[in-house]
Design a protein around this ligand. Structure first.
Ligand SMILES: C[S@@+](CC[C@H](N)C(=O)[O-])C[C@H]1O[C@@H](n2cnc3c(N)ncnc32)[C@H](O)[C@@H]1O
Length: 151
């Protein structure tokens, strides 16, 4: 397992949490990391990262991630979505504040409609997609997109 985040402090926490396990964490821009990764993966996770990038960069990162999924594997994207009413408004507000205070480092707060913006990109890459809400009792507009590559 390999993990990327460009925040050195968070990578430090991940390394401590993963001590003794067969995992590697890298403090690196996810775009650079995925662009030069060639090995196919069973599962690729993009957890709460896309909306920190401008739209064109999101599309590119998503396409790279899809290309890494081997037959029978999957790409799992946990993201905030537009179109979920007041939850979407709360999420954008909290994300703007978290970037402002540098709790989360990002180039943008660009929350999109996950079904409309991401699913067509993944389907064009041959993946079949499901999108389900996963906000539970939280006020956030998070959904889970699971994109599977047929065997
Ligand atoms: C809401 S946090 C999620 C952190 C982690 N993925 C998790 O689920 O706990 C968003 C993270 O995205 C990271 N991030 C934003 N843009 C990035 C980029 N271009 N490359 C790598 N990490 C990025 C931020 O540093 C931040 O830690």
């Amino acid at each position: 397992m390999r993990g990327f985040d460009w925040d050195e402090a968070k990578i430090g926490l991940a390394r401590r949490a993963g001590e003794g396990l067969d995992v590697r964490f890298h403090a690196e821009d996810a775009r650079a990391a995925l662009a030069r990764t060639e090995a196919a993966a069973d599962t690729v996770l993009l957890v709460d990262v896309l909306h920190y990038l401008p739209h064109a960069a999101q599309d590119e990162l998503l396409a790279w991630a899809a290309d890494l999924v081997r037959p029978g594997g999957r790409l799992v994207v946990r993201e905030a979505t537009k179109g979920a009413g007041w939850r979407s408004l709360v999420t954008v507000l909290v994300e703007r504040i978290s970037r402002l205070v540098r709790f989360n480092l990002g180039d943008a707060t660009a929350v999109r409609d996950v079904r409309r913006a991401y699913v067509p990109i993944l389907e064009a890459k041959g993946l079949s997609c499901t999108v389900t809400s996963c906000w539970g009792s939280t006020p956030f507009a998070n959904v889970l997109l699971v994109a599977t590559r047929p065997r």
